[in-house]
Design a protein around this ligand. Structure first.
Ligand SMILES: [Zn+2]
Length: 234
């Protein structure tokens, strides 16, 4: 058995653990990403504000219309009540009345347009609210799934960590130390490189057949001349 063989098994566990940790990080990031929920909520708020503004405007038009009606009513009473007798004064009131009626008619058009605008916005608010509810429910459902997945990954990692501990305990201390020191130079990449087609599989550096033989059965470690990784030939 080569000295590198148990280190290679350690390496496989570490690679699996690295992958698991990366997936846990990804899942955690997705669990906390509420951007879609926030965005739909902001859209709803924005529409509700616009609806409030346009409704206020409609109410202001309606108040103006009531004031104008009152004014028209007063002028009509003056005109038809017989209080005004001079033709010039009658003409003046008639002119005033026709101006007020024109204003009133223009206001009616504005009110109809404004009502349509308010109704459109009410529809938009209704849709945005439904959308926000759907997105929120989806997020809650996805969160539950992600929590389960995260738990599953953590359970797997715990098993691997135990296996790694057992393996490491049975290794000579010096060997383990060498492994850890090679690994710490390039975290997240394998510290043990397989020899493939006469070369280091991590950096491609050629390995002599004597070194390959030692990496296969030798009781001392062989290192890649280029990247410094521990070489292993199964
Ligand atoms: Zn190499």
């Amino acid at each position: 058995m080569s000295a590198a063989e148990p280190l290679y098994r350690l390496q496989q566990l570490d690679t699996e653990l690295d992958q698991l940790r990366r997936r846990v990080d990804q899942v955690s990031a997705r669990m906390t990403d509420r951007s879609e929920v926030e965005q739909t909520r902001q859209e709803l708020l924005h529409l509700e504000e616009r609806l409030k503004m346009e409704t206020d405007k409609l109410q202001a038009y309606e108040a103006q219309a009531r004031a104008l009606d009152e004014k028209i009513n007063t002028e009509e009473k003056r005109l038809y009540g017989g209080q005004i007798r001079l033709p010039k004064a009658i003409l003046e009131v008639e002119q005033e009345l026709s101006m007020l009626r024109r204003q009133r008619s223009a206001l009616d058009d504005a009110i109809i347009d404004q009502m349509a605008r308010v109704e459109r916005l009410q529809d938009e608010v209704k849709h945005a609210r439904t959308r926000a509810e759907v997105v929120e429910a989806h997020f809650a459902g996805e969160s539950a799934l992600l929590r389960e997945e995260r738990q599953r990954l953590l359970d797997q990692a715990r098993v691997l960590i135990e296996q790694r501990k057992t393996l490491a305990r049975n290794l000579p201390a010096a060997l383990l130390q060498t492994y850890e020191s090679v690994r710490s130079r390039r975290p997240d990449t394998p510290a043990v490189a397989l020899i493939k087609a006469g070369a280091c599989s991590q950096c491609g550096e050629a390995v002599s057949s004597a070194d390959a033989q030692r990496a296969h059965t030798g009781d001392r470690l062989v290192f890649c001349a280029n990247c410094g990784r521990i070489l292993y030939l199964p």
